[in-house]
Ligand binder design. Structure first.
Ligand code: TEU
Ligand code: CA
Length: 551
């Protein structure tokens, strides 16, 4: 069994920036690197450590940069390589780090490899991607794209189909081909030699395909993702090869995004002795509520389901693996809207969720704007939405007969643009994000929710994050301590202990709009942190969060 190790990437906190929506410096309505540079002190003051940038490489932006056409170039919309170097230096000067988002499961169809590959069946780049003849006048098999429709696109030039698990402008790279792997390792080396501190690896469990390309027998998309697309036969061989050839030679961190990684196979990716990744963003809790047709086919789930998943994953990782703890990112709704109450209890529930993310075992990841309590947006026209996933499913569902209004309700709940509206800096036009016209409208609630207003309010969510981030730095028990769930009779309470020889801490979270009794014997503990004013020890107010320390 792998021994437990200490590491900086276990102790530090990640903050994800979606550059397109963070801060626009030149008035073109698109966030950029100089905009981020102008906010470095804001980030340093908050107390986060590792900045994860969503992709900033050249891209036609079919999937907002997750379709890369040149891995070596900064997209001109975001700025220049000199801007990048200045951003990296600016972070390092402040004792912070930078990890880049790399997408190696697929490239853009405008990448030179694919442009060559599609020229002819005999082109040297043909097998950089997956090409197959059709079957019975249709695609080679029944695989569906994550974004709706078939995962195969017919190309008339060579009369074959190519595989794309995402959009048709994101053809899957063929990792079976050693030339593809070598090309990818060169890219990894290039960015590491620039001095970055690691990578977030997009959909890494998908890179090894089941080469029989058999039909999926599963109705539900998430089952196909887990059992057909993810955890393929050579996935560990490939990640380990990348580790041996490049990653292990640098003091860096790697976090894999893990659609389809179940707790049963999680350790295969992050076990300390595996020579693969340092940690993963598993998506089990984020996919809760996704029905057979995916996120726009919602099914009910409960807070108890979330707690059970968190506890099961912690038990599965034990002391020989590691995960990142998060409740939102650029693909999922705002955490205060999805897991909190963004109406009557937005302040209290956002603070409760902050305490949860910062006290569970794993490297916390905070998504831009969570520290302000930003919430979901409700545009009333599909024209206001930008996300290709939303538009693809809008077309698919309305063609099936669902009304546009009904689909929009589903987008309000689960659309990715909920977290892609501009960061809300102040109450000036477009929330102070741009002096031009933003690529996507700001959430109209920027008048009340913006950093200027939040920073002027000592009781704001921002200062709760700032205080807790500082507390966490001095309380290594929250990093290396054992994790032990504490059962309660109420399924509204989430109670757990973090303990090592330094301290014994108990966290009590009332995840509800109701008053709950607190019958846990905490007579030997002192209340250290609370997210609201309440002197009644045995009574938890709605969305009350407490941290106790044993005397
Ligand atoms: O996401 C893959 C993924 O699992 C999510 O896209 C999620 O499954 C999806 O929103 C459907 O619910 C990664 C990136 O984070 C995402 O932004 C990209 O669109 C995708 O891969 C393709 O690169
Ligand atoms: Ca700009």
């Amino acid at each position: 069994m792998a021994t437990f190790t200490k590491a900086w990437w276990k102790e530090e906190v990640i903050y994800q920036i979606y550059p397109r929506s963070f801060k626009d410096s030149n008035g073109d309505g698109i966030g950029d690197l100089r905009g981020i540079i102008s906010k470095l002190d804001y980030l340093a003051d908050l107390g986060v450590d590792i900045i994860w940038l969503s992709p900033i490489y050249e891209s036609p932006n079919d999937d907002n940069g997750y379709d890369i056409s040149d891995y070596y170039k900064i997209h001109p919309e975001f700025g220049t390589m000199a801007d990048f170097d200045e951003l990296l230096a600016g972070l390092h000067e402040r004792g912070m780090r930078l990890i880049m988002d790399v997408v190696f499961n697929h490239s853009s169809d405008e990448h030179k490899w694919f442009e060559a590959s599609r020229q002819s069946k005999y082109n040297p780049y043909r097998d950089y991607y997956f090409w197959k003849p059709g079957k019975n006048g249709g695609p080679p098999n029944n695989w569906k794209s994550f974004f709706g429709g078939s995962a195969w696109e017919y190309d008339a030039t060579t009369e074959e189909y190519y595989l794309h698990l995402f959009t048709k402008k994101q053809p899957d790279l063929n990792w079976e081909n050693p030339k593809v792997r070598e090309g990818i390792y060169e890219i990894v080396k290039f960015w590491l030699d620039k001095g970055i501190d690691g990578f977030r690896m997009d959909v890494i469990p998908l890179i090894s395909k089941r080469l029989d390309f058999a039909d999926s027998p599963y109705e539900a998309l998430n089952e196909t993702i887990e059992k057909i697309y993810s955890n393929g036969p050579k996935v560990h061989q490939y990640i380990n090869e990348m580790y041996e050839k490049v990653l292990k030679h640098y003091d860096i961190m790697t976090v894999g995004e893990g659609p389809g990684i179940s707790k049963e196979v999680g350790l295969n990716y992050v076990g300390h002795d595996r020579g693969e990744l340092n940690m993963i963003f598993h998506l089990d809790h984020m996919f809760l509520g996704h029905g057979p047709l995916g996120k726009f086919d919602p099914v009910p789930y409960s807070w108890q389901d979330v707690k059970d998943l968190i506890n099961d994953w912690d038990a599965a990782m034990g002391r020989s693996g590691w995960i990142s703890v998060f409740l939102d990112n650029h693909d999922f709704p705002r955490l205060v809207s999805r897991f909190g109450n963004d109406k009557e209890y937005r302040l209290e529930s956002a603070k409760l969720l902050a305490m949860m993310v910062l006290t569970l075992r794993g490297t916390p990841c905070i998504y831009q704007g969570s520290e302000l309590g930003m919430s979901n947006v409700h545009f009333d026209s599909i024209e206001d939405y930008r996300d290709i996933e939303t538009h693809n499913y809008y077309k698919e569902f309305t063609e099936r007969g669902l009304s546009p209004e009904a689909f929009l309700e589903l987008v309000h709940e689960n659309g990715r643009d909920n977290v892609r509206t501009p960061m809300q800096w102040d109450d000036s036009e477009h929330a102070g994000f741009t002096t031009g016209t933003p690529w996507i409208k700001a959430n109209p609630n920027y008048i009340e929710i913006n950093s200027e207003k939040v920073l002027a309010d000592k009781n704001s969510i921002y200062y709760f994050y700032q205080k807790f981030l500082a507390y966490r730095k001095q309380t290594k028990t929250l990093i290396y301590g054992a994790y032990e769930p504490i059962a309660t009779e109420s399924d509204k309470l989430f109670v757990y202990r973090r303990k090592d020889k330094e301290a014994d801490l108990v966290i009590v979270l009332n995840h509800s709009d109701l008053v709950e009794s607190c019958n846990i014997d905490l007579s030997e503990y002192r209340l250290e942190i609370q997210n609201l004013e309440n002197k009644m020890a045995q009574v938890l107010l709605p969305w009350e969060a407490r941290l106790y320390r044993k005397l």
